[in-house]
Design a protein around this ligand. Sequence first.
Ligand code: HEM
Length: 456
Amino acid sequence: MTVESVRPAAPEASEPNEPPLAGGAVPMLGHGWKLVRDPLAFMARLRDHGDVVRLKLGPKTVYAVTTPELTGALALSNDYIIAGPLWESLEGLLGHQGVATANGSLHRRQRRTVQPAFRLDAIPAYGPVMEEEAHALTERWRPGETLDCTSESFRVAVRVAARCLLHGEYMDERAERLCTALATVFRGMYRRMVVPLGPLYRLPLPANREFNRALADLHLLVDEIIAERRASGQKPDDLLTALLEAEDENGDPIGEQEIHDQVVAILTPGSETVASTIMWLLQILATHPEQAARVRAEVESVTGGRPVGFEDVRRLTHTNNLVVETMRLRPAVWILTRRAVTETTLGAYRIPAGADIVYSPYAIQRDARSYPDHLAFDPDRWLPDRAKDVPKYAMSPFGVGNRKCPSDHFSMAQLTLITAAVSAKYRFEQVGGSNDATRVGITLRPNRLLVRPVRW
Ligand code: HEM
């Protein structure tokens, strides 16, 4: 499949011009069918046709930004807000008043409330829970048994986020319910985003009923967590306390709906992204035994054989580089969208007010123009003297600018610790029936990864 482009006539020297239209559009559906059929390959080829290109999705024009430099410019500019098809579909899940979907002054106020929980100096306080969860994972496993990596990864991701950020051991049983609800909800949201059939999703079909049940359970769980914290009268120094005590611009307590939406907006992006990344890390360890052995050797040299701890993370440089390289080639967040609030420019191109813009961290991070041997899995490319050659914004799995993921340090600490803990104890083999091909949803993850842990 190729993406031919129809380039416009040569522009006036200084006048911003209309981006070229990507070729291959078909009547009615435009490029939509290509996006549905093979979205990753489609996004990865767009740069061949321009730094910014126009796409037709049905009757709608969407702009795709394809270079690291311009994605950085887009994310850092105040001319764009969070909106567009991805966010509209997520609003049904995340609510309208949470930090992930709000804009403007509401967003700035909410970021101020959540940010302290994720600051670099706040992370060590989560160390004991991260450590406990990483080791509990390896203790659950028996050598030779088959592990369903989807449920194992979801489980640990939800437990770490819920226990660290919302505190309380009551999370133990609820984490299981959260996992089930979130998995179903994310599947349904993606379907609703790429195949927007509107009213058909309201029909009482089994899949719709399952989706509605899971969504209702998710909201119920969040209400339970909030009610229980209030009833306890306790105010531990955590994100939930910060949300419950937050005030609006006038110094009044924020409303119940906003508290609820904020908890959902933090738990949901947090668990799906981390879970997908853990699945990819297990896939890498299973398919690159030499890398698994290097991680194990590094952990041993740092710990001298004792159980790896949170305070070891900063010395596990190769393990950290392996996590980064995994996120480069298999980023959980593969597509992001924005909307122009005013007529503006990106590079040499004119972007009209109201335009929806998409870009793909997946495409940017696999681009041969940014990375030598771009498809090779090579954690050493993150050694300082090589990493300095990576173009700015060519590796931004947590985003850039005022919408950057607040959880970058939190997530990296957790992912490095889990990778170290599982690799110290086991190597992994894929088993029959495992399917590690990429499954495209709201995040990218392996279709159904099944592995067997084997003692070293
Ligand atoms: C591997 C792990 C993760 C990845 C790759 C990731 C990635 C991202 C990306 C790319 C964005 C920016 C979206 C944009 O620019 O439009 C984002 C935003 C966000 N992430 Fe993460 N994330 C991860 C983990 C987490 C965790 C663990 C949490 C919370 C517990 C979290 C909470 C959020 C929130 C609340 C936002 C919205 C921020 C805002 O709009 O101000 N993320 N994440």
